[in-house]
Design a protein around this ligand. Sequence first.
Ligand SMILES: Cc1ncc(COP(=O)(O)O)c(C=O)c1O
Length: 289
Amino acid sequence: MKQEICSLNGNLLPLAEAKVAADDGGLLYGDGIFETMRIYRGRVFRLEEHLQRLEEGAAHLSLPVPDLGVLHNSVEKVIAANNLTEGSMRLTLTGGSNRRALWPRSLNTEATILITVRKTSVYPEQLYLQGCRAVVVSFPRNEASPLVRIKSLNYLENMLGKKEALQQDCLEGLFLNTRGELTEGTTSNLFLFDGKTLLTPPIECGLLPGITRATVIELACKKMGIPVQETMLNKGDFKRAAEAFLTASIMEIMPLVTVDGNNIADGNPGPVSKALLAEYQKAIGDLCQ
Ligand SMILES: Cc1ncc(COP(=O)(O)O)c(C=O)c1O
């Protein structure tokens, strides 16, 4: 197999040869952020939105904000170097070397910027046809934490949530916040359909403002005439829901049919989830032309 090429601080090199310093704050303190993006026909879907979220996250953590034009360029170079048409890409930005006690970062350090790709990252087709299962995670998400709204390198809660889900033979773990409101999945945002309106928790509940979430809201409102409401939801709302689905760049739109062992409606993917996925795939097609 051809070796995978990554970009480290603007230089293209084989992934196996890419080395980050042992005193990088990303390693020592989780001092950094990342973006996970999907590549279709050799292009990143919603790249500008991902770079904008990266920029906002960097500003939030006072990380050195890289030039977005340069990043854009690096992204294209990595795709070309790997001759990649379908797959995913991860862009990681850290504060660079940090030998001090947390704050301030070491003087004169430069950010570390790593871009990697994956050729296989897609969920099995069968899962979209059958729908996926989720469990509610056993510990709450702190909606007041500044970290829940950014894609920081601190993903341990998400890892533990995912572990709980897999241990119960489910695809996703869903977080409640400290008030018992639904927030999001460990790597996805959550939508319910009540028969008339698409419902999704507002960012204030403690969740990542997903790029796919925003795309779905736009498609539902503008292309499909389905009203969307950002509203507090709780576990009881699954009982009343006609449909539910999860969204993420890698996952796209995944029907959610069972939560904590209880079926949502008849336990099958619903027509609105399927129609939205079709509309989403049209948007991908339009962008890649
Ligand atoms: C915690 C969390 N929420 C939501 C999402 C979905 O975000 P996006 O649609 O931007 O991929 C992700 C994606 O990885 C995530 O990790």
